[in-house]
Ligand binder design. Structure first.
Ligand code: MN
Length: 197
């Protein structure tokens, strides 16, 4: 089985001015495509060649883990945005966010602060445990909270390739701007799936 890069659910310029078409073109069209192509080469004729990505992430290490996790993380990342953003934290997700972090605003501030404090490349995640409690997880490099048994809901990429063209070294400014393009319908749906097991 060959892993394939899905088509983006929007045009390359749809996320402007928060993420430029040029960044989307490099970040999705080159970096994400590269992880998938490398993964296909690495897993050919191995025990991993027919596994769903989530199982590879939970069981592999080294280069296969890194490329599988980066492939999964980036598809997850790009599908959570839309032109101009949509809605806000709502319904059951809002109740869970307020329980864990006090308020929606406090959550967003903590999430950006966590992402900004990652040394070097990585990801900041909002994830749920099996009991429905929410956690902010800081992961280095290709890290994904699935390996800890958590269920990811939202991810911001803090690798420089995610923001250097548009924001240079201003990571916090980039992370704060991302709230303007989050499609909360996608995040609420992910949360509903977690609640429904
Ligand atoms: Mn990236």
């Amino acid at each position: 089985m060959e892993y394939k890069l899905p088509d983006l659910p929007y045009e390359e310029n749809a996320l402007e001015p928060v993420i430029s078409a040029q960044t989307v073109s490099f970040h999705y069209g080159k970096h994400t495509r590269g992880y998938i192509e490398t993964l296909n080469r690495l897993v050919a004729d191995t025990e991993f060649s027919d596994m769903p990505l989530e199982r590879i992430i939970s069981s592999a290490d080294g280069a296969i883990y890194n490329n599988a996790a980066q492939a999964w993380n980036h598809v997850f990342y790009f599908e959570q945005f839309c032109k101009g953003g949509n809605g806000d934290i709502d319904g059951k997700l809002k109740t869970a966010v307020e329980k864990a972090f006090g308020s929606t605003i406090a959550f967003k501030d903590m999430f950006v602060a966590a992402g900004n404090s990652i040394f070097g490349s990585g990801w900041v995640w909002l994830a749920s445990d099996k009991a429905g409690n929410l956690h902010i997880e800081k992961c280095g490099n290709a890290g994904n909270p699935v390996v800890k048994g958590l269920l990811p809901l939202l991810a911001f990429d803090v690798w420089e390739h995610a923001y250097y063209i548009d924001y240079r070294n201003r990571r916090a400014e980039h992370l704060n701007a991302l709230w303007e393009i989050v499609d909360w319908r996608v995040i609420n749906n992910r949360h509903d799936k977690v609640l429904n097991g």
